[in-house]
Design a protein around this ligand. Structure first.
Ligand SMILES: Cc1cc2nc3c(=O)[nH]c(=O)nc-3n(C[C@H](O)[C@H](O)[C@H](O)COP(=O)(O)OP(=O)(O)OC[C@H]3O[C@@H](n4cnc5c(N)ncnc54)[C@H](O)[C@@H]3O)c2cc1C
Length: 379
């Protein structure tokens, strides 16, 4: 039996960012454990993302979190990484003739004239030269959208956490949780772990873990998203192409380590599992990319799928359970969990320490009422 102050279930970006920031806040990580089923951190959704930072994707809660997290991601302290986690990429949302009348509506909803510029067809083709000239009618450019070095970010959290004495207990699948005298007793295969505070950062398994701890589910729905990479056409240098996607989020592509990464932007509800790509989704992906661009996908070089997990209102769940004392939720990050990780972890640290959320986060318009489980109860 090992005893800790805080046990965190889930060694993805959510669990490790929280572990790292909690250890820093306490000046010591030795009483914090991250429990992970797999042999290494980041195996599930964290290792399967498109690694993008854009400030105009997701609802207002997500967008506020992302904006508030930019300084950390852009200029991390040297103890996390000796360089920025962000590098220039740009994002271009394009519209066909039949979609272009909705571009104004998108710009009004985002209300970010500081980062977005409306662009015409010629400019779209200049920015993203692989687009099919007959497909594009216009678009919106976010020049400041960035690639995120997800590996460096995850390793930065791990390094700082371990450096403060924090423990990552791998190959440890949590099978049952009981709560006695204010302490959670967690059966994680190899041994029992006890802690009075339990953080549920189990990604797609968030409601499963909550059920083990005696809490009501929040209605988390894992949704499968597929991605492939393929070779760029001979003689092209796609390195500085932007993330290119369409107004209705039916597909996207971007350069990725010398190749091109593409997705059909599918969101098929799934059980929590080790998600695998379906042949049909890959075929749809190839068809959509070849329709919108001049690219030819002869054979994917790699393919994968990951689970983006949402609750009903598509905001994350970042707060204490309303009934089970000592249970803290850190789930529902959807397609945004890499870029929201620093701010979600900071919110967790403040709430666990009984402090208000930091002003620099709230200044971006984040409403605390949109974070907790209470908003999801009684639906
Ligand atoms: C195709 C795709 C593209 C994406 N693109 C982006 C993007 O561009 N930008 C962005 O910010 N986000 C993106 N995302 C979303 C992002 O990847 C996720 O929001 C984020 O990784 C979620 O992290 P997590 O730690 O909550 O989940 P996970 O990484 O899944 O971690 C949860 C962990 O909990 C562990 N666990 C679960 N149950 C148990 C148990 N019983 N015992 C022990 N351990 C357990 C699992 O093994 C897992 O490792 C994308 C996702 C996908 C699939």
């Amino acid at each position: 039996m090992s005893s800790f102050d805080i046990a965190i279930i889930g060694g993805g970006i959510a669990g490790l960012s929280a572990a790292c920031f909690l250890a820093e806040d306490r000046g010591d990580g030795s009483r914090i454990a991250v429990i992970e089923r797999e042999s290494q951190p980041g195996y599930h959704t964290t290792g399967r993302s498109a690694a993008m930072y854009t400030e105009v994707y997701g609802n207002a809660t997500i967008r506020a979190m992302v904006k508030a997290g930019r300084p950390f991601l852009k200029t991390p302290h040297a103890r996390y990484c000796d360089r920025s986690f962000l590098s220039p990429r740009g994002a271009l949302m394009i519209a066909r003739d039949d979609q272009v009348h909705r571009v104004g509506e998108f710009l009004r909803e985002m209300n970010r004239p500081d980062v977005l510029e409306q662009v015409d067809r010629d400019r779209c083709l200049q920015i993203s030269p692989a687009l099919d000239p007959d497909y594009v009618a216009g678009g919106v450019h976010e020049p400041d959208a960035m690639d995120i070095d997800v590996h460096a970010l995850l390793q930065g959290y791990v390094r700082v956490f371990r450096g403060l004495g924090g423990q990552i207990i791998a190959d440890a699948e949590v099978r049952s949780i009981t709560r006695r005298n204010g302490v959670f007793a967690i059966d994680a295969g190899a041994g029992q772990i006890e802690a009075p505070l339990l953080i549920n950062a189990a990604g797609a398994w968030g409601d499963v873990i909550a059920g083990m701890a005696g809490a009501a589910p929040v209605g988390l729905v894992p949704k499968r998203r597929t991605a492939i990479t393929f070779d760029a056409p001979a003689g092209t240098n796609p390195g500085n192409w932007p993330l290119t996607f369409d107004l209705d989020e039916q597909w996207y592509f971007k350069p990725d380590a010398g190749r091109i990464l593409a997705s059909p932007a599918d969101q098929t509800p799934s059980e929590p599992c080790d998600a695998q790509p379906e042949e049909l989704d890959i075929a749809i992906c190839i068809d959509r990319i070849e329709t919108a661009s001049t690219l030819e996908v002869r054979r994917p070089a790699s393919k994968w799928a990951g689970l983006r997990c949402f609750v009903d209102d598509h905001s994350p769940v970042n707060g204490f359970d309303d009934r089970i004392e000592g249970l803290y939720w850190l789930v529902g990050q959807g397609g945004y969990g890499i870029k929201t990780s620093p701010v979600m972890a900071r919110i967790a640290v403040s709430q666990i320490a009984g402090r208000p959320i930091d002003d620099d986060i709230l200044a971006h318009g984040l409403r605390p009422a949109n974070l907790g489980v209470e908003r999801l109860r009684g639906q």
